[in-house]
Write a protein that binds this ligand. Structure first.
Ligand SMILES: Nc1nc2c(ncn2[C@@H]2O[C@H](COP(=O)(O)OP(=O)(O)OP(=O)(O)O)[C@@H](O)[C@H]2O)c(=O)[nH]1
Ligand SMILES: C=C(OP(=O)(O)O)C(=O)O
Length: 216
């Protein structure tokens, strides 16, 4: 399974979270959410490659040496376009990684949101296992959005993220998985989401920022 993780310019992403941790630049907090997400995802069984599709030069620099791949692609018309670009990149001739990661035109691709700072590798593994090769999605905590979309092997990703994406993914033939996987469902859009993620257990990058900000 190869996963695409999309993220906007750091100063424009996660606008609803702006000011949640006043001691830090907004961009630093957004980057910390991404780093915790991809660090956990990279440890999940069943995950082979992770490709971050970004539009910010700070992200390739932050990911250098981690094994998480990154492509800085600006000007795409939104989240679903960024995901489709990433899925095509993983399968297509733009592969820059060479023999270590051969092209996999029939491989399995998925999309993971960039704002899952409490993600546990075992929860992502469990969702992939539950999907068992079917097109599948995991809903966010309210149940209306999507945190993870998995294509069936060799099939296109056909991402339908955005408002009420859970319904859109069902309509596109995806089965729901991961209903009890709290760390996979906990996307962080607002300050109160961040508090829930802290109860589950934040990854070290986000924890460092939130702890320092509260004087700890
Ligand atoms: N690379 C890329 N990522 C995108 C694009 N649009 C959205 N994303 C990312 O996709 C994820 C979900 O996007 P949104 O739901 O719009 O979230 P957001 O804009 O970061 O947050 P809000 O401003 O609070 O709505 C976030 O990680 C975004 O940074 C895009 O055009 N290109
Ligand atoms: C884009 C989505 O989510 P959010 O707005 O929470 O990032 C989604 O759930 O499809």
């Amino acid at each position: 399974m190869d996963l695409v993780v999309p993220i906007k310019r750091l100063d424009r992403a996660k606008s609803r979270l702006r000011g949640a941790v006043p001691a830090y630049e907004h961009a630093d907090l957004v980057l910390a959410l991404l780093l915790d997400t991809v660090t956990a995802a990279a440890q999940a069984d069943g995950v082979r490659r992770i490709l971050v599709v970004c539009e910010d030069e700070r992200i390739p620099a932050a990911l250098a040496g981690t094994g998480v791949e990154c492509v800085d692609k600006r000007g795409l018309p939104g989240l679903n376009a960024a995901l489709a670009f990433g899925a095509a990149y993983l399968r297509g001739p733009n592969d820059t990684v060479g023999a270590e990661h051969p092209r996999t035109p029939n491989g399995t691709v998925g999309a993971l949101q960039a704002d899952l700072p409490a993600l546990r590798p075992a929860d992502l593994s469990a969702a992939i296992e539950e999907a068992a090769g079917r097109r599948a999605y995991c809903a966010d905590r309210p149940g209306t959005g999507t945190t993870l979309l998995l294509a069936a092997p060799g099939e296109p990703l056909h991402p339908r993220f955005g408002r009420r994406s859970a319904d859109a993914h069902v309509a596109s033939g995806a089965v729901r998985v991961g209903g009890s996987l709290a760390s996979l469902r906990c996307d962080v859009d607002t300050e109160s989401d961040l508090a829930v993620a802290a109860e589950i257990g934040l990854g070290k990058f986000t924890l460092a920022r939130t702890t320092a900000a509260s004087g700890g």
